[in-house]
Design a protein around this ligand. Structure first.
Ligand code: F0G
Length: 351
């Protein structure tokens, strides 16, 4: 039986590595594209969910990280650095461990979901919490890269987007064609840029006939693309996308405009409602930021902007287990406690 070899080996024809390069893999990519009949029925279209929380460290970041880390390894780097809202640092820490490299991460103090922090810690990264937001962390990381012998593995490193574009390849490979619409959350804007690159490359190579319109969604309190300028004090419950000055600004604007798409805002309430709906009606548990695309779809449907019967892919970017505190907040967790007794169990369960 064929075992998935990770994105660098599976898509080597489309990536900037040579046959003599060492290619890392933790088995990233090859994630499921799941039909979502409950969402399809709600919006009158054909909705598929690309479940990126199934990656080795539980987010889409692994696709780009395996690429950036392999490049750093082949270049003889010994230390990698990144700024992160949590997932990039979890992924960098894991792939640095696999590569035998030292990993240093800069995190906004107090704004990292516990699961992500745990990942960076157990994989042995050196953690520094900065008294600022992600944008402050990235500025420091860029300067460290310029002034010290360290390799920056944020998505400003072009190898990150190269790896991440493989998600678009997988979608076209699975559907046999590009979808009509692709929806996803937008934070630092690397992912929307990478998907657009991947879709365009497949069309240029004649593997697909078309490209989708790209619909990106930001949290309302952290929506610089909607404002048309950086946001100084980004705030949202979706800490993964709590970003005010996205690094891939121009690439994301090109993805939006060249695809005939849009980047809109959804509120924290919409995000949390979409997270709950995905869990309860589709069967997929995602972290809050990851639900922004689903929140966006429902908003577009309410505005009458979802074409009837359109083929839609929504990327859900990270696993719900990374941030159980947010998922459980506001829910009644009082347990129903019974003695060891079958009739008490039956009664408690309303049977
Ligand atoms: N969803 C999740 C779960 C994320 O962690 C991120 C970004 C995004 C969406 C947005 O993707 O930045 O490519 O537009 N997280 C980064 C991090 C910033 O540090 O983990 P983007």
């Amino acid at each position: 039986a064929h075992q998935w070899r990770g994105v660098l080996a599976e898509y080597s024809d489309h990536l900037p590595f040579s046959s003599t390069d060492t290619l890392l893999s933790l088995g990233e990519g090859g994630t499921p594209l799941v039909a979502a009949p409950a969402l399809s029925a709600k919006v009158g279209a054909e909705v598929h969910i690309k479940v990126e929380g199934q990656n080795p460290t539980g987010s889409f970041k692994d696709r780009g990280m395996v690429s950036a880390m392999s490049k750093a390894l082949n270049d003889g780097a010994t230390t990698v650095v990144c700024a992160s809202t949590g997932n990039t640092s979890a992924s960098a820490a894991a792939y640095a461990a696999a590569a035998g490299l030292t990993c240093v991460v800069l995190l906004p103090e107090g704004k990292i979901a516990a699961g992500k922090l745990a990942q960076a810690v157990v994989h042995g990264a050196k953690l520094v919490q900065v008294q600022g937001n992600f944008d402050d962390c990235l500025e420091i990381a860029r300067k460290l890269d310029a002034e010290h012998p360290v390799e920056l593995v944020n998505s400003v490193n072009p190898y990150r987007l190269q790896g991440q574009k493989t998600a678009a390849f997988e979608i076209v490979d699975a559907l046999g064609a590009a979808p009509d619409l692709h929806l996803l959350p937008v934070g630092n804007a690397g992912n929307i840029s990478a998907y657009w690159m991947g879709y365009q490359e497949y069309r240029e190579k004649g593997i697909s006939d078309s490209v989708p319109r790209m619909w990106g969604f930001q949290a309302a309190g952290a929506a610089p693309f909607v404002a048309g300028r950086p946001i100084l004090d980004p705030e949202t419950v979706a800490t993964a996308i709590r970003i005010g000055a996205p690094a891939s600004w121009d690439l994301a604007v090109a993805a939006r405009d060249d695809s005939g798409g849009s980047i809109d805002a959804v509120t924290d309430e919409q995000i949390l409602a979409a997270q709950a709906l995905l869990a309860a009606e589709v069967g997929i548990f995602v972290e809050p930021a990851s639900a922004a695309g689903v929140a966006g779809l429902l908003q577009k449907a309410e505005q009458g902007l979802v074409p009837a019967g359109a083929r839609i892919v929504i990327t859900v970017t990270g696993n719900g287990l990374k941030d159980v505190d947010t998922a459980l907040s506001g829910r009644d967790l009082t347990p129903t406690v019974i003695p060891v007794d079958i009739s008490a169990a039956a009664e408690a369960m309303g049977l």
